[in-house]
Write a protein that binds this ligand. Structure first.
Ligand SMILES: NC(=O)c1ccc[n+]([C@@H]2O[C@H](COP(=O)([O-])OP(=O)(O)OC[C@H]3O[C@@H](n4cnc5c(N)ncnc54)[C@H](OP(=O)(O)O)[C@@H]3O)[C@@H](O)[C@H]2O)c1
Length: 434
């Protein structure tokens, strides 16, 4: 019994059932590998579920039974949402119970306060980022000796599924979204996923751990994928690129070797060269590409969601915390989380893809080129498509040289005023990730 660690699980949904299921089948493997004998003593959720085996645990509808009971050593928060989940985590930590959670929204929004006020009780959240992929452990342990140049991830499976479907079958965004919803890959209200908020929650966590900073969700620039058109996917392919939705945390070009204090943090669609490793991560898969000074490029990929996959990451945290408890230590939680300066998006520099719909008239390309040139933006490649016989509209497609977002914005403001303009301009940043 000396190595028994007792769990109190909050929630009885997809991930909680995944945890119970893994413990039912892999308890002996976990014990043999880690020396920890995990027992679920309590489950608390809104309602009991007859068909779920609680492994002998006591069920309650009262969440406070988890942190008020002597027979719970670790609280596992799997109810989701923000307010009740945050209150549960806060109360558990205050009651000296370590917490493992999969809740990215709570960690991204309230992580600073939760960690600061409970520095000696562990709060772990591996499952909050990229499902099964042990990316937080990789950053904090496997790559601990490295300074990170960039951490770039496909961290929202819904967006990746939709973009992959648009690329492989030429469907429009709405059609691909409906297919994702039918398959259970997108929520009935998909806003959090397709508008990039979920990815930004995860990026806030990656950023905090990779750059030893506070959680900075509010300063992350966020753009979703709902404006990506099939035309953009096709033109990107013609130029040798693939469109992906990514979260990017990167040391700013201006940062010196000893200073990680100025960071780019942004979530938006990008054009990636089609040979790039991340460009070939498809469907609902997640992947994170890290460039660091000693290890170089490392890529982590795998399922970013799903009950079993997420539960795998939850249990990895549980075992780590349990081992610390058995050793009699509390385990490190926060060290020196300094504030960080996030570079305003206007100052971020990158090449851009532009699709400019215009009337098919002489001189229009020259006028567009002049507007770009007025803001010192060079043209690296251009395609002028044939007009469609229906409306005589041509798409001018341009890959620019490196320019700030502010310069692109100003140039496009001028282009949009041209009398030949025939629609809204599409612009997508280009990343080579070298
Ligand atoms: N599902 C995934 O693939 C995945 C991946 C990564 C991270 N996560 C994170 O994991 C967490 C759990 O996700 P999930 O998919 O398992 O959610 P879920 O299937 O909706 O399960 C949530 C469970 O919590 C219960 N619950 C909700 N609010 C409650 C409250 N106020 N009091 C008591 N019980 C409450 C629900 O009760 P009812 O059964 O009565 O509804 C349900 O049993 C979330 O933070 C989510 O973001 C999930």
């Amino acid at each position: 019994m000396a190595n028994v660690v007792r769990l109190g699980i909050a929630g009885l949904g997809t991930v909680a059932q995944g945890v119970l299921n893994i413990l039912q089948h892999n308890h002996a493997i976990i014990l043999a590998r880690s020396g920890v004998d995990l027992r679920v003593t309590r489950v608390a959720s809104r309602a009991a579920k007859r068909d779920v085996d609680l492994l002998g645990a006591t069920f309650s509808t009262q969440l406070d039974t988890l942190y008020n009971s002597d027979d719970v050593d670790i609280v596992v928060e799997l109810i989701g949402g923000e307010t009740t989940a945050r209150d549960l985590i806060e109360a558990s930590l205050a009651a000296n119970k370590p917490v493992v959670t999969a809740n990215k929204a709570v960690v991204a929004n309230f992580g600073n306060q939760l960690l600061a006020s409970n520095q000696h009780v562990a709060l772990k959240f591996e499952a909050a980022v990229a499902g099964a992929i042990p990316i937080l452990q990789a950053i904090q342990q496997g790559l601990v000796a490295n300074r990170f140049e960039h951490v770039v991830g496909i961290i929202n499976g819904t967006c990746n599924y939709i973009l992959t479907a648009m690329q492989q079958s030429g469907t429009a965004f709405d059609v691909a979204l409906s297919a994702a919803q039918e398959l259970g890959y997108a929520e009935a209200d998909p806003t959090f996923d397709v508008e990039g908020i979920d990815a930004a929650h995860k990026l806030a966590i990656l950023l905090a751990l990779a750059y030893d900073t506070q959680f900075n969700f509010d300063d992350i620039y966020i753009e979703g994928i709902s404006k990506i058109s099939p035309a953009d996917i096709i033109y990107a392919q013609e130029l040798g690129y693939c469109i992906k939705h990514v979260g990017i945390a990167r040391r700013s070009a201006g940062s010196d070797d000893d200073n990680d204090g100025v960071i780019e943090a942004r979530v938006h669609p990008v054009l990636l060269p089609e040979h790039q490793l991340l460009a070939n991560v498809n469907d609902v898969a997640n992947a994170i590409l890290i460039k660091s000074d000693a290890a170089g490029h490392t890529l982590f990929s795998g399922p970013g969601a799903g009950g079993a996959a997420t539960a795998s990451a939850v249990l990895s945290d549980v075992v780590n915390v349990a081992q610390d408890l058995l050793r009699g230590g509390e385990g490190p939680t926060t060290q020196n989380r300094a504030p960080v300066t996030i570079v305003p998006i206007a100052q971020v520099r990158s090449p851009h893809y532009l699709r400019i719909p215009t009337q098919d008239q002489p001189g229009v390309f020259a006028a567009v080129a002049q507007a770009l040139s007025n803001h010192e933006i060079s043209i690296e490649a251009a395609i002028q498509k044939q007009p469609s016989s229906v409306d005589e509209i041509v798409d001018i497609v341009i890959l620019t040289g490196i320019a700030t977002d502010a310069a692109i914005q100003a140039a496009l403001g001028e282009v949009q005023q041209l009398p030949q303009m025939a629609g809204e301009i599409a612009r997508i940043r280009v990343e080579t990730l070298e």
